[in-house]
Write a protein that binds this ligand. Sequence first.
Ligand code: H79
Length: 433
Amino acid sequence: MKYVVALLSMLLLSTALSQEPDSIKERRMRWFEDAKLGIFIHWGIYAVNGIDESWSFYNGYLTYDEYMKQLKGFTAAKYDPTAWARLIRESGARYAVLTSKHHDGVALWDTRQNDLSVVKKTPAARDLVTPFCAALRKEDLKVGLYFSHLDWSHPDYPHFTRTQKRYDTDSVRWQRFLTFQRRQIEEVATTFHPDLLWFDGDWDYSAEQWDAKAMRARIASWLPNAIVNSRINGYGDYATPEQGVPIATPKSRWWELCMTINDSWGYQGNDRNFKSPNQIIRIFVDCIAMGGNLLLDIGPKEDGTIPQEEVSVLKELGRWTKKHEDAVYGTRAGIPKEYFYGPTALSKDRTTLYLFVDGKPNGPLLIKGLKNKINRVWVVGNGTKLNPKVMMKMYWSQIPGLVYIDLPDHVLDPQVTVIAVLLDGPVDLFHEQ
Ligand code: H79
């Protein structure tokens, strides 16, 4: 009887979600769309040797046993989630996502489904996720948890390394793995109540094999307002381009670029290839201008400290986001490049156009094809008013004039300067017939 009820409610729920009206999803996605910046945190035993998270044994750089020896060195001795949360807040991010379990199968919380956790197998010997969630919430940040569907440590997961497979498709073993995976996701969802579930590692099997639709329905029943990223075989809420900055505005209504701060997701002391604050801010601006989010990744050391280079990047990012908050949070994608040769954004009501200016222009800014009247122009976070000049507006032509805006040197931001253009109504662009 219990099972029949469970089955029926599952059916109802799955229909409920697939029939979720657009307006309800809009509301569910609102904080995410307004947030623009998140911090991704890859923290796990791979920080001990400073090697690729999980992939290092999968790809055969070391054996599984050598990889697992890192368990002995993972201390979390200086883990200070309050300091993490403050730094994340300071960076201007509005949410953060922590790896609750990566492909290596090592859980950062006290999972009841097996013994492979930092609680039972490492000197850290405690649940690291609970204090993380609490610290984020105290800073009014949304809580995201990463979870890998696949688990290269579980004896019932068919793949073990790139070259080794445990079994083909033994349905009993696979079902056993699915039960394990379902229970772990249930633990994560019902213990921590994340605002965002960030899945990964769905690629080996199809939606049917993973039973992804039912899983999505279960998540909706545990956490009706939670957002789920794309990596659940097509049942997610938003797209997740990884590392590649989109060239053109993605088709997906909601999306988030996840990107490393150097070339590694986790801590790798040998990786000195840090992106500069300027590079990161310009990529961030690109995401804003295309209506998406940036999820910028950091990799804490095994003791829980965040490398100094990453701290400085987050602080400079924070200086910039704080100064320019009006042009960041709650904005929407800007106007096409034909009208302004650079990234732009619009306020939610579409009456303020934000122009992002890289470096030092050696002439006035130019906007073409703007039919609105301009009420006011100023430098965001600086306050200096600027005087736009309209030229070449012919009384006999429908084509709006050219808007020139001179930008004095002393108002320039060391990274990206932002100009607000207040229009007489929602932006109205000229289109040739
Ligand atoms: O957690 C970080 C990475 O460890 C994980 N996602 C980020 C957030 C990740 N790294 N690489 N991938 C995911 C890429 C997966 C690559 C794949 Fe393939 C290419 C999956 C399917 C095609 C390689 C080839 C692995 C399986 C087949």
